[in-house]
Structures are given as C-alpha cells and as structure tokens.
Design a protein around this ligand. Structure first.
Ligand SMILES: *Cc1c(COP(=O)(O)O)cnc(C)c1O
Length: 469
C-alpha cells in the first residue's frame, strides 16, 4: 500500500500537466475544455492502474503519459461520421450509406445548405409555396406519374400512405410478401403502426388473384403489393402480377399500392439487373408506387410516392406528412438527381451507383491492375487480379450476381488481422474476406482511392515488420 501511495504521489496534477510545452500546440486550435478533459481522463486511468495493480507497477513513464494525452485529444477531435473506402463490391451498402451522390447533386446541396432558399416560398406570388413543388413535375416526367411527393425515406412513405389511405380499414397483402427489410422495418409492423389492418392472403409460395378477390369485404381500403427486395421465392410458386392486381382494383373500386423498394428509373437489364422500372410499373395503371431515393435511383435518402393525384393529395394533407417531411439539403440533392435523369445517357455516367453497376469488366480490370502495381514488391503480400461475384445490395436484385474484378491478397498473415488493420486506417478501408483471403473489389473503389489502399497496406507492412523484429 505504501508503495502504491508513493506511486500515486508521483502522478502529475492536472494544472501542472496543462503547463507542459508538449501540449502547447493543441491550444491553438482545440478547445481548452477538451484538453482538460483528456488530461483528467488519462490521469484517472494512471491512478486506476496503480490502485488495481499488484503493487509492483512500473515507474511512471512521462513520455508515454504525454503520448497517451495527445492521442486522447486527437481521438476526441476526430469526427464520428467519416468517409470510408468501400472495397466490398456492394454498390448499395446500407451500412456504408447506400448511394453516393453525383457531383451536381453535391454542389447543389452545398449551395442550398448555406443560405435561404425557395424551400416553401413561391417567388412569383410572393406567398407560401410547397416543398414538394421542386421535384414533383420532374418525378412525373421521369416516371409518367400523374402526381408525386417526397418524404424522409421509403419506410416513412409506406407509413404515410397506409395511414392516409387505410386507417382503421383493411389492406390485403400476399403471405409471400410480408417482407422484413432489415432493422425494424417489417410490413406487418408498419401496417399495425399506421392503423391499417393487415389481411394476409395466399401462402408463402403461392398467391393467386382469386385469393385477393375472396378477401375483399366492406372493410377493405386497398390492395398492396410489396416487392420482395431482399429475397426470392423460387420453385413451385405463383404470384399475382401488377396488371392482374390493377384490373382487380378497378373492378372492385379499390386502390392498389405497390411498395417497390428499389426505384429503378432506367432499364439496367443489359447490365444483368433484371428489375422492373418505376415507369413500367406505373404503366399497368397502378394507383400508388413507393420507392427509396438512395437505392437503385442513386440519389439521397428519401421516400418517393408517385401515382394518382387524388391519393397523393390525401397524403400531402395528412398530419403525418409533416412528421416525415424531407429536409432542404436532401431536396437539393434529389432535385439535381432527378434533373440528371432527364438524359438517361448522362444518368448512367454521372450517378455513381448507376456508373458502378454499368461499368464494364475491362475498366474494372485495369483499375485492379493499377492497384496491383501499387501494392506489388512486398515481402509479406502477393496480389492477384481475379474475377469476383458481387451483389447490388441495399435490398435490390437479391439473386443477381454481378461479374466484377477484385484484387486478392495472398499472404501468410491471417486475413482477419489485415481486415481489422484496414478498418483502423485513418480513412477506414472496408474489405471482404473470402476463404481466408482479403479481397478489394474494384467496382466500388474509385481511381483516386487506390493510393489510400496502397498507403494503408504499406503502413500495415511496416507495423508487421516492426512487431517481428
Ligand atoms: C428498402 C425498402 C423499404 C425501406 O426503404 P428505406 O428508404 O430504407 O426506408 C421499404 N420497402 C421495401 C420493399 C424496400 O425494399
């Protein structure tokens, strides 16, 4: 105990530590509170180490002490939301923020975020305007819809749509389409929250149009179809298609809602993505379509509701519309993204998600070769440019495998260790592990990110060499 007391008495005091010249540089651009907090924490940890130690704790190491403080300060100053390199090949990676925005969308966000705007102001009339007006006509033009509105995300769109159209009434959904999207989004739960009563029809693998027909009662408010975005039912199956459902809707005077999930706006079938487009689906005469802004559309997080004017108006006027409304920065990104779609060729080139999904194998291979050249000549790693199977991600085209190119690391060092060190990089690099090897998928890595990977690998190599010597 006496020994511990002696060690404790040797610990520097907060005030005294703050006077040390090793911390001077920080005072220029760091808040005093943050520095003081860091010093307090490190001293408290030193104290705890001594008190919990066996009594034979090593002497106080001043150099290490200040190193710990400067590291703590840097750590506290580092933002939490930072860019990463997505080397997984999953274009719409929900955990990594789904779609990146086009240059024009980014520029427009900056512009609108900075100052005042016409968000809800009609300059011509000098009176209150509508937040929806900035994108409604664009969405109608691109999709062929009669009317449209936008909300925070597609989950919100579903909630608003069901609340406005079916509160305390019944909505018929196939048992094969009671989707869970991930997290807490489950169709039956959203339905319950919206106040609509779910009426399940058919079976998991087979639902026929007659099943819907038999379930219609006085209480029915709508028929709903949900795109099975992240799974497919294969084998002995049947489902009612949109045309059959809209015909039934017309016959029985009921609106038909389609939660499409991923809102594909241009035909990508020649690139191996066989999903229906929003425009094709609307042509069947469906009443309302709901889709995400940041899945295959490649825009910002948003929920887009397109369809019949009378129904859209009902939703615009519902109290929940305010709860789930879109903000101005998102709207700025969405308007730019929509404008890009007016020229489909341009959309494929400028919208990052579409560009990645439509990139040809030669160009990915050449990027792989570039990375290989940057990484080569290592004692620890050999790399090979290999073919890879990739997924679209973000609840889009779940059974589609895209043929891509990856750089595979061949090394004695465990893949998990490299993968972990890559994540700890200043700009974290998220790689894939397949059968004990690390892969960098080229589809989602930009040219300008190749040096980031190369530098991180060089640093990892140096660290490993040092730990071995
Ligand atoms: C992704 C998805 C949603 C949720 O959309 P968010 O924009 O992520 O809220 C809802 N329904 C379906 C069918 C989806 O695929």
């Amino acid at each position: 105990m006496e020994h511990k007391q002696k060690l404790l008495s040797k610990l520097p005091k907060v005030d005294q530590t703050l006077q040390d010249q090793r911390l001077f540089a920080f005072f220029e651009d760091t808040s005093r509170d943050l520095i003081v907090e860091s010093v307090r924490e490190v001293i408290a940890e030193e104290r705890a180490k001594i008190l919990n130690g066996s009594g034979s704790a090593p002497a106080f190491d001043e150099e290490a002490f200040f190193q710990a403080i400067t590291e703590r300060i840097s750590q506290k100053k580092r933002p939490s939301l930072i860019n990463v390199v997505n080397a997984t090949g999953v274009v719409l990676h929900t955990n990594l923020g789904r779609a990146g925005l086009s240059p024009s969308a980014c520029a427009n966000v900056m512009k609108i975020a900075k100052g005042y705007s016409t968000l809800e102001y009609n300059v011509k009339k000098g009176a209150r305007g509508s937040r929806h007006s900035h994108v409604e006509s664009l969405i109608c033009k691109i999709t062929g819809a009669e009317a449209a509105m936008v909300v925070n995300n597609n989950a919100a769109a579903t909630m608003l749509c069901l609340s406005a159209m079916a509160e305390d009434k019944e909505v018929i959904v196939s048992r094969g389409e009671l989707v869970e999207i991930g997290g807490s989004f489950r169709i039956p739960d959203i339905m319950a929250r919206s106040g609509a009563k779910l009426v399940e029809v058919g079976t998991t693998n087979k639902t026929k149009i007659a099943d819907y027909k038999h379930a219609i009662t006085e209480e029915t408010a709508a028929i709903m179809k949900v795109h099975t975005s992240n799974y497919r039912i294969v084998g002995f199956t049947a489902e009612a298609d949109l045309a059959e459902l809209t015909a039934l809707g017309k016959e029985s005077g009921l609106p038909v809602i389609y939660d499409m999930g991923s809102g594909l706006l241009v035909d990508l079938s020649s690139y191996g993505i066989k999903e229906p487009t929003v425009g094709e689906s609307l042509k069947t005469g469906i009443d309302v379509i709901l889709f995400s802004g940041d899945k295959l559309m490649g825009g910002p997080q948003a929920g887009i509701i397109a369809g019949k004017k009378s129904l859209i108006n009902q939703m615009k006027n519902h109290p929940l519309a305010r709860v789930v409304r879109i903000d101005k920065m998102t709207l700025a990104a969405l308007e730019s993204t929509c404008r890009t779609y007016l020229d489909q060729e341009k959309a494929l080139k400028e919208i990052p998600a579409l560009r990645m999904l439509s990139e040809d194998i030669q160009s990915m291979r050449s990027r792989g070769e570039q990375l290989k050249a940057l990484l080569d000549d290592s004692m620890f790693f050999k790399c090979r440019v290999v073919e890879a199977a990739e997924q679209v991600g973000g609840g889009s085209a779940p059974t589609t495998e895209l043929k891509g190119i990856a750089v595979k690391l061949e090394t004695e060092i465990p893949a998990e260790k490299i993968e972990r060190l890559l994540r700890k990089n200043n700009i974290p690099i998220i790689a894939r592990i397949i059968r004990d090897a690390v892969y960098f998928d080229m589809r989602t890595v930009a040219d300008e990110e190749l040096p980031i990977i190369a530098e991180a690998m060089a640093a990892i190599e140096t660290a490993i060499r040092r730990s071995r010597s």
